[in-house]
Design a protein around this ligand. Structure first.
Ligand SMILES: [Zn+2]
Length: 161
């Protein structure tokens, strides 16, 4: 079973885990777990193989979750160049679907005039929208015309830092 986000509640706090065990626990790649270690997940000592205390793992995942939680307010899209959430110019954005249930919200940064993108699930669009004026691309119409089965929400491109 793949989970989109590692759930810290699956971690047994009284045991320790190897990188491979953690990867298996969350159905993720072991390089992802190694990235967590680099990012601040503390191993219990410097010995090999790396062992991580369940307690530390749970705390790390919990903190990470809060940290990654909604960097943008509704109606905002993060501008990579300005390194800040922005309201797109004219409060306008286009929704460009990737799958039936997932797409990108695309706008223009009012400050640097670059295209800004925000990954958005179709379902959560109303929450993300804020007071944005969203247009839908033609692809969206084509996708909805074809009667595709609902794409499982497990759809994921893997972890991105
Ligand atoms: Zn910008």
């Amino acid at each position: 079973m793949r989970k989109r986000r590692p759930n810290y509640k699956h971690v047994k706090i009284h045991r320790s885990y190897t990188v491979v065990e953690i990867a298996r626990l969350f159905g993720t790649h072991k390089n992802t777990v190694r990235a967590w270690v680099k990012d601040g997940l503390p191993p219990c000592d410097s010995k090999r193989p790396t062992l991580i205390l369940g307690r530390d793992l749970a705390a790390y995942l919990q903190a990470r979750r809060t940290k990654n939680k909604r960097p943008c307010q509704p109606g905002e899209i993060y501008c990579v160049k300005c390194r800040a959430p922005k309201r797109p110019a004219g409060n306008m954005a286009e929704y460009q679907p990737i799958t039936v249930s997932l797409g990108n919200l695309i706008g223009i940064c009012p400050d640097c005039e670059k295209m800004i993108y925000r990954r958005a699930s179709r379902e959560k669009l109303p929450q993300i929208q804020g007071n944005l004026d969203i247009t839908f691309s033609e692809t969206e119409q084509r996708l909805t015309e074809i009667d595709l089965p609902t794409v499982n929400s497990d759809f994921s491109h893997g972890e991105k830092p």
